[in-house]
Design a protein around this ligand. Sequence first.
Ligand code: NA7
Length: 442
Amino acid sequence: MAALRAFKSAESHGSEVPDIVCYEKQDDWGGQWNFTWRTGTDHYGEPVHSSMYRNLWSNGPKEALEFAEYTFDEHFGRPISSYPPREVLWDYIDGRASQSGVKDKVLFAHAVRWSEFDDETQKFTLTVDDLRHKKTLTEVFDEIIVSTGHFSFPNVPDFDDIETFPGEVIHAHEFRGAERFAGQRLLLIGGSYSAEDIGIQSHKMGARQVTMSYRSAPQGFAWPEGVDEVPQVSRFDGSVATFVDGTSREFDAVVLCTGYLHHYPFLPHDAQIDSPNNLYPTGLYRGVTWQANPRIHYLGAQDQWFTFNMFDAQAWFVRDLILGRIELPDAAARQAHIDAWLDAYSQVDDDPAAVRFQADYIRDLIDQTDYPMFDLDEVVDTFLAWKKDKKSNILTYRDQAYRSVMTGTMATVHHTAWLAELDDSRERYLSAQPTADEAQGA
Ligand code: NA7
């Protein structure tokens, strides 16, 4: 959606843009935000893309992800709170892309099967399945922008004797809601965002006990009663899990919150990112253009503090490379640039440094295009305040409000505290908002 918007923006400023086709496997756009109740395979027999769950609310302030050229104020026409639920965020990204009139560039229910690059013609031949009409097409392209994300193919490690566990074992990718864990003892394996959020969701929905097992380091939040952290699982014996510190506990269900794989089955391996989930995956010039074949570009391949506005910065940069407005350096210069950024990344040793690193990365991209520059340092401050809020109370951080860096608008305090809000619908969210005092019961 960012790429389509970027080209549209150039076109509306009088530039000639190339023919663009966007293949989308799902029936609608929105990617991760296009929620489905399905897990495993979808109605076409394709692997389900989205890892979204019913009760997901943004886990970072919306002020940190706001588009610089399509603000929340513009979309909603009034201030809203800082942590909207998924339907509201989907509405925002859908509103922007719809406003650009780019939907006719998208072929929905089209799955790209394979992509072959011809060194002589310097062109790609794509094999694509039209899932609705059951037809296989081939089309030729000059450039490819890979926009499939990297939080879709679950990382599913093995644990000794886990097959003896009698209850349900799923990956976070298949988690759709925590109501089913009410009254249960739940084990979450992993020590990052999925474990944290599925953990507090399950607590909210009445899980009897939530245990999070970390491999490297505990998350260290002040967890409410009934939620805690233990070290790595060493083995299972039926419903009992034993941890590396020798302690053990009995569970009713297990959710693997063990992250995702970079996996692009429509590309040959020499064109696929092969990296852990980090802020500077190797092989990408300026974090977007495939070093070994600069006609391939990836958007959003990084782990993310910044999200939507980073995808924009990347899309505008890739657009300008393709339009020839930005010159592509030769392979040696590109490699030197990649190495310099990897070197800088190797110095990053804590979260504040990581946020600043990503802000610097985005600034470097925006400096080269006509995407509106915004105060990235202020967004860094917003992220740091968010982290502080989470530390002080993991159950109430979503009730805080931030000021938009783009418009200066102060977010409202939502009419219902996150912990008490069981209806995540857009309708309920946008329904008459009492004043902050009323919402807080004053
Ligand atoms: P992340 O953030 O990539 O984290 C994956 C977590 O899974 C991380 O804590 C890993 O531990 C843990 N992990 C991975 N393999 C194992 C094994 N074998 N055993 C135990 N633990 C393991 O993924 P999330 O799904 O939490 O979040 C996805 C993105 O959503 C996130 O990056 C944000 O951008 C939003 P580690 O810390 O590496 O030891």
